[in-house]
Design a protein around this ligand. Structure first.
Ligand SMILES: [Zn+2]
Length: 327
């Protein structure tokens, strides 16, 4: 198995069904089923973000992540599951302000996740850090940015904007992005997953994002000539020239229902062949029913990714990690 890295993996989207069942029992939260396989299927089915179904599933996982033990356990298990899948370096992301319904304050949340990651690394090896997400529909992104910056020595390497895209363009959070740009923390922004190219333009041009979450809709800023994408907009040209990493998540893009992309027409390989800095990621291992190795397998089977191309994408991903100075 080749040694891989992961840039885009949501902690609240990667829980084990068996852990969900145990934690729900402890906190008396009702589940649609307590059969692990049926529960896994339930998470995989009906995840259209248009219908907000995907956010309802996150609502369930997040409701189980409201105390130190649960957060620590979920982070620890994520490190275990990733390392066993051949991932030796990675960044796990979560939105700390979504975990304050119990007794925790934002710093407790970050400390719990960092402790889980550290303990996971001590047990299973690897080098993992975290990215703090601000939810773009809320008005507290500056607070999350401050939290990320003050936890740079506590395993936090990045800041992200997540949540429903439409109506919440990146520059709505320009203040938080500017804070991050002045700090050691890396800036990645979900853009062009559900929403159109203008959100990608906004992320790179106004917010100066260093990486783009998903971002495959950069093709709207290009013309297709002979199966390759050539930029015909300034933003797409910048993304190509500056090698801005695109955190592509094939299964999740296909499954989320956020766009009409499917396994047959996903532009991942064409983008790669056109020279874009394509990286592969699982996004939500539970909701997209995937792993990083499954994503590479999918790219081989569906798009004919060659061994050399696989090596290059692994290298791209590895080179696109934010700097992890440790804990
Ligand atoms: Zn994501």
């Amino acid at each position: 198995m080749k040694d891989k890295s992961v840039l885009h993996d949501h902690l609240d989207g990667g829980l084990r069904p068996s852990t969900i069942i145990e934690l729900a029992e402890q906190s008396r939260i009702e589940l649609p089923t307590t059969d692990p396989q049926l529960l896994e299927d339930w998470f995989f089915e009906n995840i259209s973000s248009e219908l907000n179904q995907v956010f309802n599933k996150f609502e369930l996982t997040i409701s189980l992540m409201q105390d130190e033990e649960s957060l620590e356990r979920i982070a620890y298990e994520a490190v275990e599951d990733l390392t066993k899948d051949g991932v030796s370096k990675g960044e796990l992301r979560y939105a700390p302000l979504q975990h304050l319904r119990g007794e925790l304050n934002p710093q407790n949340v970050v400390d719990s996740v960092s402790r889980g990651i550290k303990n996971g690394m001590a047990e299973f090896g690897g080098n993992f850090s975290s990215i703090l997400c601000a939810m773009r529909q809320n008005n507290d992104s500056s607070q999350v940015a401050d939290l990320a910056i003050s936890n740079y020595l506590n395993g936090v390497v990045g800041f992200d904007l997540a949540g429903p895209e439409y109506g919440h363009p990146p520059s709505k959070h320009i203040e938080a992005c500017m804070k991050i740009n002045k700090s050691e923390i890396g800036l990645t922004i979900h853009a062009g997953e559900a929403a159109n190219f203008s959100y990608i333009e906004d992320a790179v041009s106004n917010c100066k994002a260093q990486r783009i979450g998903h971002g495959w809709q950069v093709i709207e800023g290009c013309v297709e000539i002979g199966g390759l994408f050539e930029p015909n907009t300034k933003a797409a040209e910048y993304i190509l020239e500056e090698k801005i990493p695109l955190e592509i998540c094939i299964s999740s893009n296909v499954k989320s229902g956020a766009s009409d992309v499917n396994k047959e027409n996903h532009p991942v390989l064409k983008l790669f062949k056109s020279g874009f800095n394509v990286t592969l990621n699982p996004d939500n291992r539970l909701m997209a029913s995937t792993t990083l190795s499954k994503e590479y397998e999918l790219a081989k089977q569906e798009f004919g990714l060659s061994e050399d191309e696989e090596d290059k994408i692994i290298q791209n991903t590895n080179n696109s990690l934010f700097e992890n100075i440790g804990y």
